[in-house]
Design a protein around this ligand. Structure first.
Ligand code: ZN
Length: 69
């Protein structure tokens, strides 16, 4: 007695570019905002007064190798 099982052949599915594109753009915008706050929100480029945002992302800045102090 044999218990042969067959694995159904998986047909390649087309990439759903129309469904993925808005999420990719959203992720890109969120990533650019995070990159700005982590890497550039300091000194002359700062959009906000004070050092609160800089201190909040300070460890991430050093972790990613951005120059700081
Ligand atoms: Zn620092």
């Amino acid at each position: 007695m044999s218990d042969n099982t067959t694995i159904p052949a998986l047909a390649p599915q087309p990439f759903p570019l129309r469904e993925v594109t808005p999420w990719a753009i959203f992720g890109l915008i969120i990533g650019l905002i995070a990159l700005y706050f982590i890497g550039l929100e300091q000194g002359a480029l700062a959009l906000f007064e004070g050092a609160t945002i800089h201190e909040f992302v300070h460890d991430a800045r050093h972790l990613l190798g951005f120059p700081c102090h």
